[in-house]
Design a protein around this ligand. Sequence first.
Ligand code: NAD
Ligand code: ZN
Length: 248
Amino acid sequence: MVGAARRITALTGAGVSTASGIPDFRGPNGVWTKDPTAQRLSDIDSYLADPQVRVDAWRSRAEHPVWAAEPNPAHRAFADLAASGRLGSLLTQNIDELHQRGGLDRDQVLELHGSMLRVVCLDCGAASSMRSVLRRVAEGETDPPCPHCGGIQKSATISFGQALDADVLRAARRAALDCDLFLAAGTSLTVQPAAAFAELAVKAGARLVVCNAEPTPYDELADAVLRGPLDEVLPALAAVPPAEHAAP
Ligand code: NAD
Ligand code: ZN
């Protein structure tokens, strides 16, 4: 199926980064499975209302495994699919930038939920790097205000209660409509609107392949479901030669 595909749109979730040492949210060792209260750090109303939530959020960013993480074979498999000319866009719910570091062009990756390596001021919109803000935290500021307007800053990620970026959504929708294979990998397909792109692609005539360790609500819609570890499954998929070059 992957061999016959000419234009793949992918959707990835936290499962592609677990082999890089970044836990998912809802898997057996997920951050929220182990500590459901951690969700409050990702809620925009608590973030704005409660200074302690912001202090905890910066501390949790500083301790995040992303700083030691390297792309794994699952990330590199997408770069291989792109190099063979088959991968168009990759929609990701991940905020770790490991797809870009794993070899995909920046404009090929649609970050549906933003990036935790960037920071944005919620008042004036000024952008900065997470590294620079965490340096201020290490120097003793518990909730560093925006250097331009003094406003509240937050990682450039989409929290519960925040709208997704309209341009990114538009591009993601276009990519879902414009593919012959939609490859969902490492996502529980329970967060909307991300998961709905799989259905949109199928309605537009694409085949759907789901690669995930656990069942998802979209498995029944899929033409194939692969359950193995992604750092093995995805390299094997990317190694399937394109049909026109395959042996007869
Ligand atoms: P999720 O935790 O809901 O689902 C991840 C799925 O991946 C699970 O069903 C799990 O069974 C599967 N999985 C985990 N490791 C796997 C492996 N090695 N091989 C095969 N399958 C594996 O994650 P989601 O669907 O991405 O949920 C979305 C939310 O989680 C998003 O909002 C995203 O921003 C956030 N998130 C991002 C990161 C990251 O950037 N790496 C990490 C945790 C959570
Ligand atoms: Zn500002």
